[in-house]
Design a protein around this ligand. Structure first.
Ligand code: G6P
Length: 615
């Protein structure tokens, strides 16, 4: 993980880098650092903590002038988060400086060799090994920095997005990528480097996304030369125009990105189906499916690979695909799938779901599936991300940037895309009646309004949060389509409030979790009118008999559950298969308010990161 930023051009680099690092803190935030070239020397400052801490330290430590610099925000892999392990790292001579996102797997062997050659190391990081390897090659072979970086990277096993500069050649930055993302913003006589385009979007909309195994030498007042690391062949830079705008990546008056993103869902879901769902014509248009319809129709099964919240969206998809399109579905944690020698056939369709499009395990699962001949379809949010590029075809969620580490709008928009696909396939396969198909299309078109209505209970949910904020444990129960919603609700609470929570299929409660229930245990039951309602009511009775505290998410106008529960939160009625899109909203808000009341860092919970680019 980690976020990297760099600048070379005619402006002061410091403000650009600091602002950029703040935007990239979603990628890791246990330490941060910066290195600037001030016209004579490198000025470097780094610290354990967040970018705010770095800013404070810089104020008393270094001058911030200079039009060339690099910065880093870290999510620790090798070496605990402390000042020394923070990036940037110097080479032994102090001439070279590097920032790195990724892992050098063979760093120990390389380090041993370097120690034998007289190098010493201050940190425990793999990155300091890499910069000294580059220095060693550069000195021994008396070559330019770009060439030395290229040779060094050919000796490296692992993943990286790096930026390096040499204080003796302060007119160039060398960057390279394998596995971790790296974008170059191309401005007027200036260049920006970043893990994604958000740090430079207000300066330029022109970006080059480096491909794996590419190295670029970026020169002030000149151009960019991109080469393949392995065979040194020149690559023609492909400059794309970005669609993103600045408002999308700012908080817009909300206290936290998470809250903003929760409230964006009506809009985001509409953006997801815009141009695809033509409800009054009874049509769903999705190029990625239309172009590959036979693959889907002939698929013996669908395997979903994903991690975290995206995995939960995959579980919802399992219910929807099997129910509507009658295709068997298996949902796999990408990290398990990639290492367990799974049976994959050529007529399997693999759907990889990933908000960031960069998750290392999901990417590895895709590569494995492709190597076995399966057709791989991606459902990603970040346009141009690695997974979007690695898959045979795909559909974007178009949710807009999601900055809060706890995923919200990504989840509901993923479910929206997957529902569209399931409906399209059901229609193509004839597994759904015309009437039912039209009903689903019309209902899906109404979901944004219903999500908006669900959001109106925010104050009531805040009140419930104030009652249960000090709970030590919570249980989330749901059945059918709403079982994955229970898992997702529990995950949200764990992620941002650090309260232990578990999601369970409501009926499974009897096989274990019921032993935990006493008068101190809040139990959140997702109990919409459609879908095993009577059974869920029985489960609620069982909880009640053991004095558990019941917070129920119910359909508007409900009476049976309302009479039993300690608190109810209403959501509008919809089809059972679409209900996760509305029942999940109160659970997001509940976690949010509890975390705020507990004074936790909602957008950047401890130990987590938005994009997990290490396995
Ligand atoms: C991290 C994030 C989660 C996310 C998961 C998968 O753990 O904190 O919010 O669900 O990665 O990420 P992806 O980008 O592949 O959906």
């Amino acid at each position: 993980m980690c976020g990297i930023v760099g600048y070379i051009g005619h402006r002061e680099a410091y403000p650009i880098i600091i602002k950029g690092l703040k935007r990239l803190e979603y990628r890791g935030y246990d330490s941060a650092g910066i290195a600037l070239y001030d016209g004579a020397d490198i000025k470097l400052s780094k610290t354990k903590g967040k970018v705010d801490d770095l800013e404070k330290r810089i104020a008393s430590e270094i001058s911030t002038t200079g039009s060339l610099g690099i910065g880093h925000t870290r999510w620790a892999t090798h070496g605990i988060p402390n000042d020394i392990n923070s990036h940037p790292h110097y080479s032994n001579s102090g001439d070279l400086v590097i920032i790195h996102n990724g892992i050098i797997e063979n760093y120990e062997a390389l380090k041993k060799e370097l120690i034998q050659r007289g190098y010493s190391f201050k940190s425990d990081t793999d990155t300091e090994v890499l910069i000294n390897l580059i220095e060693d090659i550069k000195k021994n072979e008396n070559i330019k920095l770009g060439k030395a970086v290229q040779i060094a990277l050919n000796q490296v096993i692992g993943a990286y997005a790096i930026a390096v500069f040499d204080k003796n050649k302060p007119n160039e930055i060398v960057v390279a990528k394998l596995g971790s993302p790296l974008a170059i913003g191309v401005g007027e006589d200036e260049f920006f480097i970043a893990s994604d385009a958000s740090p430079f979007i207000e300066y330029t909309k022109n970006a080059i996304y480096l491909e794996d195994e590419e190295i670029a030498v970026i020169r002030r007042h000149k151009d960019i030369k991109i080469r393949k690391i392995q065979d040194d062949s020149l690559v023609n830079p492909y400059v794309q125009e970005l669609q993103m705008n600045l408002e999308e990546i700012e908080k817009g008056g909300y206290d936290h990105f998470m809250l903003k993103e929760i409230y964006e869902q009506p809009h985001a879901i509409k953006d997801t189906y815009r141009g695809r769902l033509l409800a009054n014509k009874g049509i769903i248009k999705m190029a990625g499916i239309d172009d590959n319809i036979e693959k889907f129709q002939n698929a013996s099964r669908i395997i979903v690979v994903a991690c975290g919240t995206s995995w939960h969206a995959g579980l919802v998809a399992e219910y929807i695909f099997e129910d509507l399109a009658r295709i068997p579905v298996e949902v796999e944690y990408a990290s398990e799938f990639r290492y367990r020698n799974p049976v994959i056939h050529e007529n399997d369709v693999v759907i990889a779901i990933s908000q960031s499009g960069e998750t290392a395990d999901t990417l590895a699962a895709i590569k494995l599936a492709k190597s076995k001949g399966a057709f791989v379809f991606g459902v990603c949010n970040v346009v141009g991300s690695t997974i979007a590029r690695e898959t045979h075809a795909g559909a974007y969620t178009h949710a807009g940037p999601e900055i809060g580490v706890a995923s919200t709008k990504a989840f509901t928009t993923q479910i929206t895309v997957l529902t569209l696909i399931a409906l399209k396939l059901a229609k193509a396969k004839g597994t759904i009646s015309n009437e039912d198909y039209r009903l689903h299309l019309n209902e899906l078109a109404l979901i944004p309004e219903k999500v908006l209505e669900a959001l109106k209970h925010d104050e009531h949910i805040k009140h419930i949060a104030s009652i249960y904020k000090d709970a030590k444990n919570c249980l989330y129960l749901g059945r059918g389509f709403n079982f994955p919603v229970a898992l997702e609700g529990a995950l949200k609470l764990k992620e941002i409030s650090y309260i232990h929570a578990e999601g369970y299929p409501a009926a499974e409660m009897k096989h274990g979790p019921i032993a935990l229930i006493d008068e101190n245990m809040p139990i959140i039951v997702i109990a919409p009118k459609k879908g095993h309602y009577e059974k869920v009511v029985s489960n609620i009775e069982e909880i009640k008999a053991r004095q558990g505290k019941i917070i129920a998410v119910v359909t508007k106008g409900d009476t049976s559950v309302t009479n039993l529960a300690d608190h109810t939160i209403e959501v509008p009625e919809t089809l059972e298969s679409l209900s996760p899109l509305v029942t999940t909203i109160p659970l997001q808000l509940l976690s949010y308010h509890i975390a705020v009341m507990l004074e936790k860092n909602v957008d950047q919970p401890r130990n987590l990161a938005k994009s997990v680019t290490v396995e």
